[in-house]
Design a protein around this ligand. Structure first.
Ligand code: FDA
Length: 385
């Protein structure tokens, strides 16, 4: 069967691209349902974009590559699309936009638009091989051989294999002479040996977290396995095995002044108890041995109070690892952008071959940036085709 365009991967990028390609388009996915990651994202409400989306919210070997697509299809373009479709949304925090009702409204909209544009959708259909010859691309699928002038690879990254994530895009990229940068799980919780923080599991507090590369102010969450929450997910994209991260647990409070004033008024009060009034008591009890907390406020010199407050503002931890692709929201790295045209997402090695979405070496922060990249890169390719 002959098509103008075949898109492999009916996720965020593939579905959105299919609405723009024109001509006869076939969209193939091995999953039984399209847009599964959209459906589960944002706790079922999909954090579909971010009001403050800017190029520096993205990682990748080339810090400029993503600018073109993102500037030609912005967060406001996507918001206008939601408004036009009558899908209600709200800002949760930090410019993160979510559906008021459910993420499946977005999946339904994408499927409807793709179908209105004449796209045929084959679900539950595996792809065995891809070739290119004088007549264009030939794709061997569970439902037979299909051919097209254009082939768009939108099969995402490796995160959450249980949901059908594969390294397919990277294999196709290599087949056509593309380089693939190192891929690793990102936006992922950290693990620590021997359930170190199990006693604090469920505790969440606002922190600043940083390493030599980046700094974020978000919530930290203690879990049975280690550390999670937005602060950890964000810094995980900038972390490598063996490295430490530093966390300011004070939430920006001037603990030193508070303790010193209290010492003046109520010197007989217990230091650990007083700290436990300023920060979660459970956390202070847990850290008491590490910080060597003992005695009353009156027993502490200014220098000692300063030392304790500095330790809480510069708590350094070295994760033993991350939860890996099993729970990572995205894959960091991917198809090297040096082999792609930033305006069209077309391969520089093979005319008519396009790579869009998460499989490309462009990774967003937590907060709706990864979907915005999926929309923008899909739009760039769809319009170019
Ligand atoms: P996506 O992964 O969406 O789609 C790829 C498609 O290709 C899938 O349908 C898959 O079945 C198919 N496929 C894979 N291999 C194939 C093969 N060999 N043959 C055929 N089909 C194949 N981002 C964000 O901005 N806001 C958010 O709220 C969230 N929340 C979130 C929660 C969770 C739990 C996860 C795992 C991820 C997020 N993300 C997110 C990230 C976001 O989901 C992700 O960046 C986009 O879905 C990427 O879109 P793509 O279309 O590139 O890949």
């Amino acid at each position: 069967m002959q098509y103008d365009t075949i898109i492999i991967g009916a996720g965020a990028a593939g579905l959105f691209c299919a609405a723009h390609t024109g001509g006869r388009t076939l969209l193939i996915d091995h999953a039984k349902r399209p847009g599964e990651k959209i459906r589960i994202s944002g706790g079922g409400r999909c954090n579909f974009t971010n009001m403050y989306c800017e190029p520096n919210n993205f990682l990748g070997e080339n810090r400029h590559f993503h600018k073109s697509a993102l500037s030609r299809y912005t967060q406001w373009d996507w918001v206008a699309k939601m408004d036009q479709a009558g899908i209600a949304w709200h800002e949760k925090m930090l410019g993160q936009l979510f559906c008021d009702e459910k993420a499946t409204q977005i999946v339904d909209l994408l499927v409807k638009d793709a179908k209105s544009a004449g796209t045929e959708i084959w679900l539950g259909c595996g792809v065995q091989s891809v070739d290119h010859g004088p007549d264009g691309f030939s794709v061997d699928t569970d439902q037979g051989k299909v051919q097209a002038r254009n082939l768009v690879i939108a099969t995402g990254g490796k995160s959450i294999p249980k949901m059908g994530a594969t390294g397919f895009a990277y294999d196709i990229a290599r087949q056509f002479g593309h380089e693939v940068t190192e891929t690793r799980p990102a936006l992922v919780p950290f693990t620590f040996p021997d359930g170190r923080f199990a006693a604090l599991s469920g505790l969440s507090l606002p922190v600043r977290i940083w390493n030599a590369q980046a700094s974020f102010e978000e919530a930290l969450l203690f879990t049975h396995r280690g550390l999670s929450g937005p602060a950890i997910l964000q810094i995980s994209s900038y972390w490598r095995e063996g490295e430490s991260v530093t966390i300011d647990l004070t939430g920006g409070q001037d603990l030193f002044s508070a303790l010193r004033d209290q010492r003046q008024k109520e010197g007989r009060r217990n230091l650990t108890t007083e700290l436990g009034r300023l920060l979660p008591a459970k956390l202070i009890d847990f850290l008491a041995p590490e910080l060597g907390l003992s005695g009353n406020l009156a027993d502490q010199s200014d220098a000692r109070l300063r030392e304790i407050c500095d330790a809480l503002a510069n708590w350094s931890v070295t994760p033993s690892g991350s939860e890996g692709y099993r729970t990572a929201e995205v894959t960091l790295g991917g198809i090297a952008t040096s082999g792609l045209d930033s305006k069209t997402m077309m391969s520089k090695h093979q005319t008519g071959l396009y790579f869009i979405g998460e499989c490309v070496d462009v990774t967003g922060w937590l907060g709706g940036f990864n979907f915005q990249w999926a929309w923008a890169s899909a739009h760039a390719a769809g319009k170019a085709i």
